[in-house]
Design a protein around this ligand. Structure first.
Ligand code: TXA
Ligand code: MG
Length: 319
């Protein structure tokens, strides 16, 4: 797991050749390529089987680079960047014309962030270009929070997976756009709305679940296990309708007793929402491998990161 400067050098060489490298971030692993290489970017979309209308996030290493890519930076965007970067916040801002249309799906805005992971920051500093990196999972599937998840999804089709350990936040970045000068939340994520409001005041949330939302990747069905998955507020009651099934549970902090339960994953024994977010996707990956008839997830308290986790669970269980 320990990454050496030689590993980073190898990643630089692969990326310079317009090939892809999977990179660790504090949120989830990304499938990364040079934003200026049409070949690399097309390969990202192909490997993920991702529709071209779903734009990518540009990863940079320094706030000083913002001016290179963004034509207009609202005051509150700068406040947020200063408060949370490097970190799990993505800003959607008006792009400069040299940012390729393939990255932004033809939009005049670009999503941009500085990830907070030492390996990826060191890599970005050694490159002459930023990295476009969506989460390193096939479109619609559970996001990867360990190098092994990426290897299981893409195997030999990817030249290098930089193993930076388990992702600390475990859930994607919070995305904030500026259609005008005021911030709007496009995707709930690893930074809670409460923490964002401490910096910019009350904020509008447009984290919609219809098929053509403001952030085009925010389709209603997403982050889904292959196993049939359900979301319930009262687990004990809900599992009564699965009397003869093999079921697995994804629970917040305490276990449940019932004969049909094959396995249960507890997200945080202490009821800590940050810890629950960290463990969310790896628990779903694990449950999905057990050949269950159903996975039943418990709805978390609707505060702080509980809101972001519930959002992912709603999309994962959408029928
Ligand atoms: O935590 C993260 O953000 C991870 C790591 C790897 O950085 N990346 C990630 O990328 O989650 P992805 O591609 O899975 O999600 C990117 C989201 C999509 O929902 C997309 O619609 C939105 O960002 N997005 C990108 N550019 C946009 C734009 N110009 N306007 C609105 N939404 C945009
Ligand atoms: Mg994704």
């Amino acid at each position: 797991m320990t990454i050496t400067s030689k590993d980073i050098q190898k990643a630089v060489e692969i990326l310079n050749k317009e090939e892809l490298v999977a990179i660790p971030t504090e949120t989830v692993y990304g499938l990364a390529g040079n934003i200026y290489s049409e070949k690399a970017i097309r390969k990202i979309f192909e490997m993920k089987n991702r529709p071209l209308f779903n734009p990518l996030i540009v990863h940079i290493h320094s706030i000083n680079q913002l001016n290179e890519f963004i034509s207009y930076i609202p005051k509150k965007a700068l406040l947020l960047a200063n408060a949370f970067w490097p970190g799990a916040l993505t800003l959607v801002l008006k792009k400069k014309s040299h940012v390729p249309d393939l990255i932004t799906s033809g939009k005049d805005s670009v999503a941009i962030r500085i990830p907070n992971h030492p390996v990826t920051l060191a890599l970005l500093e050694q490159l002459n270009f930023p990295l476009a990196a969506p989460s390193a999972n096939p479109f619609g599937c559970i996001s990867p929070t360990k190098a092994i998840h990426v290897e299981e999804y893409f195997g030999n089709n990817i030249q290098m997976v930089l193993d930076g350990g388990n992702c600390k936040n475990g859930i994607e970045s919070t995305i904030i756009g500026f259609p005008y000068d005021e911030p709007v939340v496009y995707r709930l994520g690893a930074i809670s709305i409460e923490d964002i409001e401490k910096v910019v005041g009350k904020i509008e949330i447009k984290n919609k679940k219809e098929s053509t939302p403001d952030a085009p990747g925010m389709l209603s069905k997403h982050y889904a296990p292959l196993t049939n998955t359900y979301l319930a507020s009262n687990i004990e009651q809900f599992i009564k309708s699965f009397p003869d099934k093999k079921i697995g549970l994804l629970l917040f902090c305490s276990e449940v007793n019932a004969p049909q339960i094959i396995h249960q994953e507890i997200l945080s024994k202490n009821g800590n929402l940050e810890e629950a977010a960290t463990n969310l996707y790896s628990a779903l990956h694990l449950l999905d491998k057990l050949n269950l008839d159903a996975i039943i997830a418990e709805r978390l308290p609707d505060i702080g990161l509980g809101k972001s986790i519930n959002d992912r669970l709603e999309r994962a269980t959408k029928k």
